[in-house]
Ligand binder design. Structure first.
Ligand SMILES: [Zn+2]
Length: 147
């Protein structure tokens, strides 16, 4: 993938800002702690109550599936594979490994859900920072700008 480093420097929100906001579950556009509905753990706001940026890009299910698969990828690589290796080399018993794998397969993605959701958003705007309204991008409700 090509990163356009020669993009005009008049962008208000730089890539490093987008990464910093993504890692801290903040709105990539205004930096507000607005990604998740107040008082809930997993309910993602449709758009930012502060600046109006759409977090759910239209009815884009691929966006959600992307964050979900990212989730399971991280779970598998960082949790299930090391667990399988520990069991294989008999550091832990197979029974313990299976129990931990079952807990982890459901628990880890739930724990990661919030962050992966934010990381996915960060990933998107990292490559397309000029899509941010703060950078002059036109974000329209319910429209897929990739079409
Ligand atoms: Zn915002």
């Amino acid at each position: 993938m090509t990163i356009h480093t020669s993009h005009p420097t008049d962008m208000k929100v730089t890539r490093s800002k987008i990464i910093a906001r993504g890692l801290t579950n903040r709105c990539p556009n205004c930096g507000g702690r607005t990604l998740f509905r107040e008082g809930t753990l997993f309910e993602v706001n449709k758009n930012c109550p502060r600046c109006g940026l759409f977090f759910n890009r239209g009815n884009d299910e691929g966006f959600f599936l992307g964050s979900l698969s990212l989730n399971y990828g991280v779970t598998t690589v960082c949790f299930l594979v090391p667990l399988a290796l520990l069991a294989f080399y008999e550091v832990i018993s197979a029974r313990v490994a299976i129990v931990l794998a079952l807990i982890g397969a459901f628990g880890v993605p739930a724990l990661l859900y919030r962050s992966s959701r934010s990381w996915w958003l960060m990933n998107y705007y990292f490559f397309l920072p000029h899509h941010l309204p703060a950078n002059g991008g036109v974000e329209r409700a319910g429209e897929d700008t990739n079409r």
